[in-house]
Design a protein around this ligand. Structure first.
Ligand code: NAP
Ligand code: HSE
Length: 428
């Protein structure tokens, strides 16, 4: 009889419980595919008494998750507690140091410590896999490190945070309040323990930095990601964008050019009928452009119990089969430090200005834009009261630095009655 792969699960929340359910539901199928049974030996979480809707009695319990990594009856640790440092990192380091494999869903930890953990894994001939950390149920890390491995990758982009896409599309369809939709996303198990990571764009930026490292053979450079969240996107922007033929999406773009590595995560406008414009709810989409393959598009659920468990088990089964792929698709010591591109390429932008309803206001705004070399493509003045006028402007292509200079001037002038809103328009 082939030896089982014995796993321990640290964290019994949305993802950990999903992994247990998957092993219990598909144990025979998984064993057939892996070539050996996969057995859960031990588990850990903060509260032993909490009812988690699954039977934990067959498994050994550890109060201290790090103790899982020291058990003699464990070959692989599934880390699904979260947190970039703390017990998740100590557990991962302890497991790898003793040659135990680690499968994690923890993008925060991988974005901050991925290089060191990858080196530790290789030094101890252990596998470190994190498919579940990037774009939920979409097997994008597997695609980059295996199916697309022969390509020079030119650009990776996409929608990588299910919570944000859920919030933006629910607001768009129902006009619901931001806070109420965020609460729904939390109840559905999509959001991070601290949801400001989701709406602040940080979670998606963690994922983008992992994709970029793997795509371009560079060390993870989370600090090099320009990040803007969706907190300042209002229902008014979503509705006005729709009238102009656009949808608002939190989009990540990583591209390597002669300028260096550009990584940005920000809310943008995309054409309503584009694949990303049509993306609804918790669904993620990752687009990879390779020199030989061309453009490939991956889509699927980006968060939640089932999709994340699916990604975790894909990694566990690969390890059970004996497949060993370096964490970033090539040996950690061959990853190079990226040069950061100084700025993003120019693009057309959507502006929402709240202006005084007085003679000469528009002329002054047009002049402040012109002073920075920014030309107006389209403009619309909407319903207004006696005092203030909402004005929408679509610019021609311009550099963000010029736009920021013009907006600072507009914001400081007496014609502006509220902080201007600017969103990049991305032709995807
Ligand atoms: P969760 O529901 O909050 O569950 C976290 C689990 O970890 C809980 O069972 C908690 O124990 C346990 N835990 C936390 N700190 C601990 C500590 N110091 N010691 C022992 N146990 C501890 O989180 P989740 O949604 O499952 O996410 C887990 C990880 O997966 C995170 O890294 C997250 O970013 C990632 N992820 C989540 C999703 C998703 O859709 N939810 C998708 C992809 C990746 P108690 O239950 O006893 O409090
Ligand atoms: N909070 C994350 C999201 C979970 O909403 O996408 C999946 O990584």
């Amino acid at each position: 009889m082939t030896q089982p792969l014995r796993i321990a699960i640290a964290g019994l929340g949305t993802v950990g419980v999903g992994v247990i359910r998957m092993v219990q539901t598909h144990g025979d199928r998984i064993a057939a595919r892996a070539g050996r049974p996969i057995e859960i030996a031990a588990v850990s979480a903060r509260s032993r008494s909490k009812d988690r809707g699954v039977d934990l009695s067959p498994f050994a319990w550890e109060d201290d998750p790090v103790a899982l990594a020291r058990r003699g009856d464990v070959d692989l640790v599934v880390e699904v507690m979260g947190g970039e440092d703390g017990p998740a990192k100590v557990l991962t380091e302890t497991a790898l140091s003793s040659g135990k494999h680690v499968v994690t869903a923890n993008k925060a930890m991988m974005a901050h410590h991925g290089q060191a953990l990858a080196e530790l894994a290789e030094a101890n001939e252990a596998a470190l896999r994190y498919e579940a950390a990037v774009a939920g149920g979409i097997p994008i890390m597997k695609s980059l490190t295996e199916g697309l491995a022969g390509n020079g990758i030119e650009r990776v982009m996409g929608v990588m945070n299910g919570t944000c896409n859920y919030i933006l599309t629910e607001m768009e369809h129902t006009g619901a309040d931001y806070e109420a939709v965020l609460a729904d996303a939390q109840a559905l198990g999509y959001a991070e323990a601290d949801p400001s990571f989701d709406v602040g764009g940080i979670d998606a930026a963690h994922k983008l930095s992992l994709l970029a490292a793997t795509a371009f053979g560079t060390r993870v450079d989370f600090a090099g990601v320009t990040i803007e969240g969706i907190e300042r996107v209002s229902l008014a922007d979503i509705q006005q964008a729709a009238e102009l033929g656009y949808k608002v999406r939190l989009l990540g773009v990583a591209q390597m050019s002669s300028e260096g590595l550009e990584q940005r995560m920000q809310p943008v406008l995309v054409p309503s009928q584009s694949p990303i414009g049509l993306l609804e709810g918790v669904t993620n989409m990752v687009i990879v452009e390779g020199d030989f393959v061309g453009r490939t598009v991956f889509t699927g659920p980006g968060a939640g119990e089932g999709p994340t468990a699916s990604a975790i088990m894909g990694d566990v089964i690969d390890i059970a089969r004996g497949l060993r792929i370096p964490a970033f698709g090539q040996p950690a010591d061959s990853l190079t430090a990226p040069n950061r591109a100084a700025h993003a390429g120019s693009a057309s932008h959507y502006l929402r200005l709240t202006l005084t309803d007085a003679p000469g206001t528009l002329a002054k705004v047009a002049q402040m834009l012109a002073d920075q070399g920014i030309s107006i493509d389209r403009m619309r003045q909407n319903d207004h009261d006696e005092r203030q006028v909402p004005v929408l402007i679509v610019t021609h292509d311009c550099a963000r630095s010029n736009l920021d200079a013009a907006l600072a001037e507009i914001a400081n002038s007496p014609v502006s009655l509220a902080e201007p809103v600017a969103l990049r328009i991305e032709q995807v």
